[in-house]
Design a protein around this ligand. Sequence first.
Ligand code: FMN
Length: 185
Amino acid sequence: MPFNLEAFEQNAWRMLVRGSVDKKHAFNLVQIGTIGAGGTPQIRTVVLRKVDIDSRTIAFHTDIRSQKIVGMDKPIAIHTYDTRHLLQVRMQGIPILHHMDDKATQLYNQLHDGAAELYLSSVEPGKVISAPDAPIGRLDRSEGLANFCWIDVQITDMEVLQLGETHQRAHFTYGSGASKTWIKA
Ligand SMILES: Cc1cc2nc3c(=O)[nH]c(=O)nc-3n(C[C@H](O)[C@H](O)[C@H](O)COP(=O)(O)O)c2cc1C
């Protein structure tokens, strides 16, 4: 079969969608790269919560008090690799933060208790504590909303690398002047 750039792109997006709905899929976890305080590069793992192919957005949620928020006023990088399918996806995009707005409120209210629990600590992530099990105040579920931040990332660039007998690598850009091209693996 001849190589097909459109099918190659669609496959990557479909795999991302699968990652967002299937906890066992490798793409359920992505690494986000930010420029942190003082210009230092930072990488963190987050759960891929939503992928919308039409709008080319992906989303995750986090604590608004966490250090990663520092880098969210600039483009961020996203990386994920599926060892079973030998597929790597690297993206860049613009984060759009939803905090205490209608979207954040609606999504926070839909969280199951285990997920909401992440936002119920009275102590912010990254704070120095005496021991991992040090007693920490617990907020009511309604109070956790103030800590919850939903982040949509508007993807501007995507690079897909499929390892195989013939490696396939392509670069896609979105928005004005959208483009797609094969590149050397
Ligand atoms: C498997 C896994 C999944 C994670 N998922 C999330 C997530 O969805 N959101 C999040 O904020 N942090 C998540 N984390 C934790 C982050 O990687 C990071 O350690 C934490 O958010 C603290 O980051 P900070 O430096 O911004 O405080 C996850 C970590 C692991 C190992």
